[in-house]
Design a protein around this ligand. Structure first.
Ligand SMILES: C[S@@+](CC[C@H](N)C(=O)[O-])C[C@H]1O[C@@H](n2cnc3c(N)ncnc32)[C@H](O)[C@@H]1O
Length: 288
C-alpha cells in the first residue's frame, strides 16, 4: 500500500475530530515510529509503500485515534524537556507547562547554589519527567522521586534507565507518609511537586481524550478540599527541607492566591506566584 494513500485515509477518518494539521502530525509520528518513514522521506519519494503484513500497527493506531486515545499512549512514548519518556495509562502525559517548572528550578540552581551535591525530592513523580530532567541537567544532584502508584514508579524506573540517570524511587503516600518511607535524617535542598490539582467542578473544561484515558489519581481533587496535596507537601517540607531549601509547585491556575497564602502560613519566605508562557498563574517558588 502506498504511504500517501494511507495519509489520505488518516485525513478522511480523523480531520473532523482533530483538524488537518494535527492529523498530519499524528500520521508522521506513526509512520516514523512504525516504519522509520519521516515526512521528509515521503516528500522526497511519493511512491514509498508498506507491505500488507506491515499494515496492522498503523490501522490499529488509526482506530485508537478515532476513539480519542492520546497519541502518546498509542506510541507508548513522548518527549519532555528534550528527553524521551515512556508513558502508559498509569502515568500522566507530561505537559509543556511542567517543562517551565523544570526550567525554573534549573535557572534558580544555576544562579545561586554553591552546593556540590544538591538533594532534590520530586513528589508525585508519575513518568519521572521532573526528577529525571533535573537529574540530567543539574550535575551531581542526588535525586529522589516519590509516587503512591507502584505502576507509575515502574514506568519512571524504566525512564531513568532510558535516560541514563540515577534516581532513587520511593513508593509512598504523601497524604499518609509513614516514617519508614524515608530515612529520618534525610533532608533536601529542593522539594518539587506537580500534584493532582484539578477540581471535579473543572471536569467540564477537560477534553474527552484526557478524561477517558489519563489516570484520575494523577489529576483530580475534591471540590471542597482542592489544596490537600499542597498542604500535606508544605507541611512535610517544613521538616524535610534543609535551611534555605526551596519548595517549588506547579499549581492550579485558578487557585494561585489561595495556594500562596497556604504556603506562607507554614512560615515560608519569598513566596512567589510565577506565570506560565500563556500568562496563567502556574508555579510557586518559596524559600524555607
Ligand atoms: C499531576 S501528576 C504529575 C506527574 C508528573 N510529575 C508530571 O509532572 O507529569 C500527579 C502524580 O501524583 C501521584 N499521586 C497521587 N496521589 C498521591 C499520593 N497520595 N502520594 C504520592 N503521590 C500521589 C499520581 O500517581 C501522579 O503520578
Amino acid at each position: 500500500m502506498l504511504v500517501k494513500d494511507l495519509e489520505n485515509i488518516f485525513h478522511e477518518t480523523l480531520d473532523a475530530i482533530y483538524g488537518k494539521e494535527e492529523v498530519t502530525s499524528f500520521f508522521f509520528l506513526c509512520t516514523d515510529a512504525f516504519y522509520n518513514i519521516t515526512r521528509f522521506a515521503l516528500a522526497l519519494d511519493r511512491d514509498l509503500s508498506i507491505t500488507k503484513e506491515e499494515q496492522q500497527p498503523i490501522f490499529d493506531a488509526l482506530e485508537a485515534l478515532k476513539n480519542e486515545k492520546p497519541i502518546q499512549y498509542i506510541l507508548g512514548e513522548t518527549e519532555f524537556y528534550g528527553l524521551p519518556f515512556k508513558v502508559d495509562e498509569n502515568t500522566l502525559i507530561p505537559r509543556p507547562e511542567t517543562e517551565e517548572l523544570v526550567q525554573l528550578i534549573i535557572d534558580c540552581h544555576s544562579k545561586q547554589s554553591e552546593e556540590s551535591q544538591p538533594s532534590i525530592l520530586d513528589i508525585g513523580t508519575g513518568s519521572g519527567c521532573i526528577a529525571i530532567s533535573l537529574a540530567k541537567n543539574i550535575g551531581n544532584a542526588q535525586v529522589y522521586a516519590m509516587d503512591v502508584s507502584a505502576k507509575a514508579i515502574k514506568k519512571a524506573k524504566e525512564n531513568a534507565v532510558l535516560n541514563k540517570v540515577e534516581v532513587e524511587f520511593i513508593e509512598a503516600d504523601i497524604l499518609n507518609i509513614c516514617h519508614s518511607a524515608l530515612d529520618a535524617e534525610s533532608t533536601f535542598n529542593v522539594i518539587v511537586s506537580n500534584p493532582p490539582y484539578v477540581r471535579n467542578l473543572e471536569k467540564a473544561e477537560i477534553q474527552n481524550n484526557v478524561l477517558n484515558n489519563e489516570p484520575h489519581l494523577a489529576l483530580f481533587v475534591e471540590d471542597d478540599n482542592p489544596l490537600l496535596f499542597y498542604k500535606a507537601i508544605t507541611e512535610f517540607a517544613v521538616g524535610k527541607l534543609k535551611e534555605n531549601g526551596q519548595l517549588f509547585f506547579e499549581i492550579n491556575e485558578y487557585l494561585g492566591p489561595e495556594t500562596k497564602i497556604l504556603v506562607e502560613t507554614f512560615g515560608f519566605k519569598n513566596v512567589e506566584i510565577i506565570k506560565d508562557l500563556f500568562g496563567k498563574d502556574r508555579m510557586i517558588k518559596a524559600d524555607k
